[in-house]
Design a protein around this ligand. Structure first.
Ligand SMILES: CC(C)(COP(=O)(O)OP(=O)(O)OC[C@H]1O[C@@H](n2cnc3c(N)ncnc32)[C@H](O)[C@@H]1OP(=O)(O)O)[C@@H](O)C(=O)NCCC(=O)NCCS
Length: 188
């Protein structure tokens, strides 16, 4: 893909923006937390060097346009509360996947719903995507409810799709079409 334009998305209380070196301590807190990583595609980080390598990959994604991982910053105090991502772009099919993680102290705040509303708007309006997908562990109820509240539909159950630390898990695949999102947006 071609490089993505610099992105900064504003919501009522948050800003979604590119990540840099200064974010690494907050990012490490998020991705080293066992509860946050319980249903993730890799185990919790145990060493700060993993955050450094991760940032190299994230910034490579900005450069190539293959992935867009944004920090979710709270306007009031500039705390980085989480991240959300567009990745697995399929340009011809105008489709991508979303991923998201909120730091443990910020669960239950409504931040991710607000952040993903902005990310969906960016994906469907600015990037002109036609379809978004999400791959979640069926045991991850908070994630399933987050997607369903945004209008995603559960489209499939993929068996034994992941093995993380010897634990085998299934996938629920969710999808949201641009026209469905438009209908919901016009209703309010
Ligand atoms: C997924 C995530 C972003 C959701 O954000 P959150 O702030 O925790 O979500 P909420 O508190 O708004 O919960 C969403 C819903 O799930 C419900 N819920 C949350 N945890 C639950 C649980 N353990 N059992 C049953 N319901 C639960 C909430 O009551 C809420 O229901 P409602 O919409 O009917 O009010 C956050 O939990 C997270 O970052 N988890 C770790 C990373 C992760 O798993 N990311 C997704 C990978 S695909």
């Amino acid at each position: 893909m071609t490089p993505l334009e610099p992105v900064s998305l504003q919501t009522e209380t948050l800003i979604l923006r590119l990540l840099d070196e200064a974010d690494l301590p907050a990012v490490y807190d998020i991705f080293s937390h066992p509860e946050v990583m319980r249903y993730w595609s890799y185990p919790p980080w145990t060493d700060r060097s993993q955050a450094q390598q991760w940032l190299i990959d994230v910034q490579e994604g900005y450069r190539t346009g293959d992935a867009l991982q944004l920090g979710i910053e709270r306007n009031a105090d500039h705390v980085l509360v989480g991240t959300c991502t567009l990745f697995q772009f399929h340009v011809a099919s105008r489709r991508a996947e979303i991923g998201y993680a909120l730091g443990r102290p910020y669960w239950g705040s409504g931040y991710m719903h607000q952040a993903l509303q902005a990310l969906l708007r960016y994906a469907f309006q600015t990037l002109d995507l036609n379809r978004l997908e999400a791959d979640i562990d069926p045991r991850n109820i908070a994630s399933a409810k987050t997607l369903e509240r945004l209008g995603f539909q559960k489209e499939g159950h993929l068996r034994e799709r992941w093995i993380v630390n010897d634990e085998v898990s299934d996938t629920w695949l969710y999808g949201l079409l641009r026209r469905e999102w438009q209908e919901r947006s016009s209703v309010g």
